[in-house]
Design a protein around this ligand. Structure first.
Ligand code: NI
Length: 212
């Protein structure tokens, strides 16, 4: 494990997720408005080993096929939750995911990148198909029923909520911006945040996969 990597207890992690999730995605707006925003993200490369993050799902991929977590068994997975209409954080994080995979070299061949929408009303399989190909040729986009997606977010302790913005013609969403590294048997391994660079992520993933 790299020096950056640290263990935190599941209790602290849960408190972190539930306590700060609603602040997500408002950070940049508040900075634009000139407010000082407290640093609320955890340190880079948080271990999730032994935690209960993740779980089964039945979703629809960007080709319109029904898939479950079993479709991706045997591969490591980098999973990010967001929505295609996201103006800033999601595209930045998905580009980062692709860049990290490039920096990993051959290790990346063992990783399935996955983008799970928080906005199924707008993110149809066709919309997801057009979106994911902008980031990585193997990126899988998953959508599904609101209930099933809520279940998956609960399994990953991910927060998402619609926000009506009078300056916009349509709604936007606040949501957690975490990248999860899951193992071949869907075991949770690590969490990355917006603070992690592609090089940070690549290094941690290489360390983790090399040590298992
Ligand atoms: Ni977003």
């Amino acid at each position: 494990m790299g020096n950056r990597f640290r263990q935190i207890t599941m209790l602290a992690l849960l408190g972190f997720f539930l306590g700060t999730a609603s602040a997500w995605h408002q950070v940049s707006k508040e900075q634009d408005a000139g407010y000082q925003v407290a640093q609320i993200e955890p340190a880079a490369g948080t271990s999730l080993m032994g935690s209960e993050i993740g779980g089964p799902f039945t979703l629809i991929d960007h080709e319109g096929r029904q898939v479950t977590e079993r479709n991706y068994e045997g591969s490591y997975k980098l999973i990010f939750f967001g929505f295609t209409y996201c103006p800033d954080v999601c595209p930045v994080e998905l580009r980062k995911m692709a860049e990290a995979m490039k920096e990993m070299g051959p290790v990346a061949a063992n990783i399935q990148p996955i983008f799970i929408t928080t906005d199924p009303a707008r993110d149809t399989p066709e919309t997801m198909k057009q979106y994911v190909k902008m980031f990585h040729p193997r990126l899988v986009g998953l959508t599904g029923s609101p209930d099933e997606l809520k279940k998956v977010r609960d399994e990953y302790k991910v927060y998402a909520a619609k926000v009506e913005d009078p300056k916009l013609s349509d709604y936007t969403m606040n949501h957690s911006s975490y990248m999860f590294l899951m193992g071949p048997d869907n075991e949770p391994l690590a969490l990355f945040t917006t603070q992690d660079s592609p090089a940070d992520i690549a290094q941690d993933v290489q360390n983790i996969i090399g040590n298992i």
